[in-house]
Design a protein around this ligand. Structure first.
Ligand SMILES: [Mn+2]
Length: 438
């Protein structure tokens, strides 16, 4: 199917989903606002790059300021664009022409936009509450929780069009990852150089990536969100690289992490074996993904398997169940196994209930369902702030501190793929498309 055909199906999916959501929340219609440029500081005239509201982006990939989508059940959605008068900036490029024919398009002056909004019980969804006010919306119909929760649930199950966009976003990111891996193994560079190389290969500006790239050499990989890239060329023959970087396509995000190591020292070889172990562990977890399984149970299984890996690799000794009960695996792997992926890199709709107390950072507590798209990203890090307290507990004797010290210069490992849940299992968008010819 072409992008246009996929989009028609997507709009039909949204029309029926929105009709049900509006009925459930007792609204006749909803007006979705794209957003307004936000000033960085009141004392100057610099604006943050526009990030459109995700409910608006669910309908079309237009990156424009002050645009409305009006959704009324049973009627063609209406797209209302304000005719601009700014001569300072040109409009953002329009990413395709597959969506126009699905809308009744109205172009008018900003003050006339109000005239095209429906009457009755109408909700407003958007970040720019000033715009809501000028359109005549009362505060109680702006971003109503009852409607938002219905729309979040709709966003958690992706249409075929959305899966196509998420696949494209993944393919673009793969190009960058393969290029950076090759650079890292061919010549010494700085983290900053590799970050720029990734942007060039994926043809994205840093404001267009779905999140700030994480590009970390050695110990910096133990800083989970390392974004202050070193400018120094790293000439270390034995060195590791963790890169967590995605791409955007039609507003949809990919999110991929890879870890690699160069050099032939004993420690580099041991770290390479640990990467291979975590890679195999990740694939075993992915094999458990299918509709009906609780995502949190896969997260718990990740800890059980990590306990085994820590023992096999010589980092820990004793019994796996003791590593779990003493919280040792949580010191090595403190974050959640993954999160919903879509219009936001940490997408909505998959953490409707809180995780158990032992998994505070888990962002996916859903029962896995066909059409969900999420990441699966186990990690294993040497984070001093988490490991140091274990020296004071009975866990102390279960950790091989000398092995840990030898591996500590390599920081840590994360391996992250993007999955779409099928009828019986999952499709791995990352590994299935891993080719430099993307
Ligand atoms: Mn992620």
């Amino acid at each position: 199917m072409s992008l246009s055909e996929l989009f028609l199906d997507h709009i039909a999916y949204l029309q029926s989903g929105y009709a049900k959501a509006l009925q459930a929340a007792s609204f006749d219609a909803v007006v979705l606002h794209s957003g307004r440029g936000l000033k960085q500081r009141t004392v100057d005239d610099q604006y943050w790059p526009l990030k459109v509201n995700p409910s608006f982006a669910h309908w079309l990939p237009l990156l424009e300021d002050n645009v409305l989508v009006v959704v009324r059940p049973g009627k063609t959605p209406r797209l209302i664009r304000a005719k601009g008068s700014s001569f300072w900036e040109g409009p953002a490029p329009i990413p395709g022409d597959h969506f126009w024919s699905s809308f009744e398009v109205i172009e008018c002056s900003p003050t006339a936009m109000k005239d095209y909004c429906p009457s009755g019980r109408v909700a407003f969804i958007g970040d720019a509450l000033e715009a809501a006010k000028s359109l005549g919306f009362q505060a109680e119909v702006c971003n109503p929780a009852s409607l938002l929760s219905e729309l979040d649930a709709l966003r958690s199950i992706k249409s075929s069009y959305e899966v196509f966009c998420l696949t494209e976003a993944t393919r673009i990111a793969i190009r960058g990852h393969i290029a950076v891996d090759s650079e890292f193994h061919q010549r010494t560079q700085s983290e900053f150089d590799l970050h720029l190389h990734y942007l060039r290969e994926t043809q994205q500006d840093s404001t267009e990536t779905p999140y700030g790239n994480i590009v970390a050499f050695g110990p910096n990989a133990a800083i989970l969100h390392h974004v202050h890239y070193g400018r120094q060329v790293d000439t270390n023959a034995n060195q590791s690289l963790l890169i967590d970087a995605g791409a955007s396509y039609m507003g949809y995000a990919s999110d991929i992490t890879r870890t690699t190591v160069r050099g032939g020292s004993q420690a580099a070889q041991d770290f390479r074996a640990l990467i291979a172990g975590l890679d195999a562990l990740q694939l075993q977890l992915i094999a458990k993904v299918k509709p009906g399984v609780a995502y949190e149970s896969v997260h718990d299984l990740a800890h059980a398997k990590l306990a085994d890996l820590l023992i096999e690799s010589g980092l820990c000794k004793g019994k796996s169940e003791d590593l779990l009960s003493l919280g040792i695996t949580r010191a090595f792997f403190p974050h959640g196994l993954g999160h919903s992926l879509g219009l936001q890199v940490h997408d909505v709709g998959c953490r409707l209930v809180p995780p158990s107390d032992k998994n505070p950072f888990l962002r996916n507590t859903s029962t896995i369902a066909e059409g969900q798209v999420f990441t699966l990203e186990p990690g294993c890090y040497f984070i001093e702030a988490l490991l140091a307290p274990l020296r004071e507990t009975e866990a102390q004797s279960m950790i091989s501190w000398s092995t840990l010290e030898a591996l500590r210069p390599y920081g840590g490992i994360r391996i992250e793929d993007n999955l779409v849940v099928s009828t019986t299992a999952s499709i791995n968008l990352t590994r299935d498309n891993w080719s430099p010819s993307n």
